[in-house]
Write a protein that binds this ligand. Structure first.
Ligand SMILES: [Zn+2]
Length: 193
């Protein structure tokens, strides 16, 4: 039997990791065996744990890229989960297919859109194959409406301003530009020139 594919998408601060952990916890209760993968370049947290903003956590395995997870393909796992899928790149699409083909269920959580409002291709191509998609929303920090977008702000000349659409999608390692993110609705979300 082929594996199933569950995909959790949404902006930052929408509870995607929390939802991934909730799904893994249910599987643990059902005595299933699996692994949560996390990419090493996620600089937010270097502990081998998946930690949600609400503070729940789960042990994860760090991999340097998607193909690094392939060593588990024939190990008979019931499920695998990929947190922050946008960091795994295009290779993740093929890796997800291979797990499904050998009967391992796959859970993927990640951003559907970057701070510019552009699609994360790998995440959305995986979502297109999903048996179930969950689109989570955050709360707009400006007006309180549902937030579907991620606002990037940079600290410039003493104030926080919208990042430029020409800035790199991922924060450059070692860059001294101060960056912060906020969940925002379409009306409050802005991208600089
Ligand atoms: Zn708003």
């Amino acid at each position: 039997m082929k594996g199933t594919l569950e995909v959790v998408i949404g902006p930052m601060y929408a509870g995607k990791t929390e939802e991934l952990i909730r799904r893994v916890v249910r599987r643990k209760i059902a005595k299933q065996n699996g692994v949560i993968f996390k990419i090493l370049s996620d600089t937010r947290n270097r502990d081998p744990l998946v930690v949600s903003r609400a503070g729940t956590h789960f042990e994860a395995e760090f991999v340097k890229d998607a193909s690094d997870a392939k060593k588990y393909i024939n190990s008979g796992l019931d499920y695998v989960a990929f947190d922050e899928a946008q960091f795994f790149g295009e290779d993740l699409i093929q890796v997800v297919k291979e797990f499904i083909d050998v009967g391992t269920d796959v859970i993927v959580s990640g951003l559907n859109l970057d701070f510019r409002g552009e699609v994360f291709e790998n995440v959305m191509r995986i979502a297109a194959m999903a048996d179930e998609i969950v689109l989570l929303k955050a709360v707009c920090v400006v007006c309180g409406k549902d937030a579907t977008l991620t606002q990037r702000l940079i600290f410039k000349d003493g104030e926080w301003v919208p990042a430029s659409s020409k800035d790199p999608v991922f924060k450059v390692e070692g860059s001294d530009v101060e960056i912060k993110y906020e969940p925002r609705c379409k009306d409050c979300w802005k991208v600089g020139e």
